[in-house]
Design a protein around this ligand. Sequence first.
Ligand code: B12
Ligand code: SF4
Length: 503
Amino acid sequence: MSQIVLATLNAKYIHASLGLRYLYANLNDLQEQCEIREFTIKTRAIDIVEQLLESKPSIIGFGVYIWNTVETTAVISQLKTIAPEIKIVLGGPEVSYETETQSIYEYADYIVTGAADLSFYKLCKEILADTPPASKILRSKPTQLKDLELPYHLYSDEDLKHRLLYVEASRGCPFKCEFCLSALDKTSYPFELQRFLDEMDKLYQRGARNFKFVDRTFNLKIKTTLQILDFFLERMDEALFLHFEVIPDHLPDKLKDKLGCFPEGTLQFEVGIQTFNTDVQTHISRKQNNQKSKDNLRWLRENTTAHIHADLIFGLPGETFETFRESFNQLYDCRPHEIQLGILKRLKGSPIIRHTENFDLRFNPLPPFNILSNDTVDFATMQRVNRFARYWDMIGNSGRFKHSLPFMLNPQPFDDFMALTDWIYNKTGQTHQINLKKLYELVAQATEYLFPERHQTVIEALERDYANSKLKGSFKGLILVSSSHEEVTSQHRRSKRQQRHLG
Ligand code: B12
Ligand code: SF4
């Protein structure tokens, strides 16, 4: 039995909630009466309700994020029906802005906005003492990081073995990229480094090897970055894996030297590029030295074994299909291992909302609040790029087409992959549930149809990819040519036919 339950619905089991662990760690004398219950968004609402009620709590706090707001609303609406006496407290980035406009608001008793490490404790004390606050929305006051208890001991042995361990050496971001919630932060504040590293050491001694830093910009203060990297270099072993988010135009020589010391398979960098178009960068207040970013991306590929995951966003104000094509081609040329193509989302509170009228930004009213069209990109084009992103994940990012991809995409990476996307979609009508064997066939057939002069070279490389995939059955048994060209009604082909008529 626990008086207080801290709950959230994670995106997947592998993601453990650092936010809830912070709240728990700072509950002082109330800790003994509190427990953390984590679920995933796949669990049925009614089952979550049943499990939460087993603890017979008086307060349940929910961490609400973009990925769980619909599911959490379902849970809370049932809870309020079955046990209206339980005080429901919400917090997290999704409910911290535009709070009253959300349907989840009506089911909650209190909503604590912002970083609630200390304010959740205060609210619980008041509720339990029967002196509750008058207001439903409570804004957390800024806290000094030195005043917070750190939560890392709350990762269980089970978490250490099976889940990503999120850790943070700093909070906040000094930059102002308008699509991002961190643009609202004044700046970045570090946790006291030795204190943080002592906690990392304890985790390491307990067997933790997979550390995912949630710091917005890991390479902001290079002195600290180097100290953290040294800490892990001293503890290097085969299983160690570190994930960092980095800004691409800030890699001083000292940092480069250090990165070169890390063995293969240890480092993963998420590098936000978003766009190389300078007008778009101005619209979204993103400061980025494009040339330096490209040079650094290439340098990282050539001189380190770090896995590079670079992000682009489609749908930003002022971005057209053509300017996005340019950004993609330039980024592809830097050869990151993965290019994540995100579609702009309307995050509540993010400054980009100011452009809504000027650029006619139209967002999906339901999560994930993705952009559907704007003044330069119509809905149909948005859908084509969405499919491009999905197939790129399956073909470009998966590593399953390592040998064949460079041949498929030569000489026009974006246009060629767009043609491939249109062809596969027109043939299958699917972007999901395409098994790997089928995907090899589709890629081979599309190449034969779209780029016959490359077909033989692609097939040879594809055979090596197929062998690496360890799929059962021989490569020769696959259908590598499109059975009937007449069946295919790809937009690519249609546009060729239309062109002939026009010609
Ligand atoms: C880990 C993470 C993920 C994980 C999911 C983790 C999980 N638990 O399931 C993954 C990688 C799947 C993910 C995906 C996405 N994410 Co994400 N993610 C993060 C990240 C990097 C870390 C979160 C964290 O641990 N922070 C540290 C803790 C201490 O902070 P916190 O979680 O905010 O918790 C504090 C407060 O929010 C509050 N609080 C939290 N819970 C509760 C509960 C109660 C009761 C109270 C009172 C208060 C409270 O107090 C906490 C302590 O201060 C953040 C960025 C960041 N650095 O925070 C983005 C972030 C949360 N993600 C964001 C976004 C936009 C996405 C994506 C949409 C990105 C995309 N692909 O386009 C996807 C959505 C996935 C989906 N399925 O739809 C936005 C959030 C927007 C929103 N409104 O929720 C963030 C803030 C990034 C940003 N700067 O814009 N993400
Ligand atoms: S995109 Fe990255 S650099 Fe820009 S505000 Fe967000 S966290 Fe900071």
